[in-house]
Design a protein around this ligand. Sequence first.
Ligand SMILES: [Cu+2]
Length: 136
Amino acid sequence: MKQLASSVAPIRISRRRMLTGAASVLGIGAAAMLAGCARPSKPAVVPSDEGVEAVVTVRAVDNTFEPREVEVAPGQAVQWLFEGTMEHDVVADDGSFVSELQKTGSYTHVFNDAGEFAYDCSIHPEMTGVVRVKQA
Ligand SMILES: [Cu+2]
């Protein structure tokens, strides 16, 4: 009987250790996830190119950009229309075009350089889009 009692105790300790270990692994995982998702800070707003006629319009609705991918030629402009009930913005990964958070209105950007410009909404990471600028 003594043997049984002494064999039970170590099991309890190891269980507790396992739980503690699992909790700390989860904690590290959550911290890594937060670090991966969080933008360090929103880049500076790039003023909208007003007075320019856009060749493509993208609607920012709740919670998607429609269409998600657009294509223009160098020198052409894309206009985003804010139509959702929530605030959204347009933030280029490279910071080359960045709008204010807004519920209504529009934001226009002239793309002078060829390339692929990914962007998203700073408060809705699931809202992503791409502007492809191709040489005509
Ligand atoms: Cu948004």
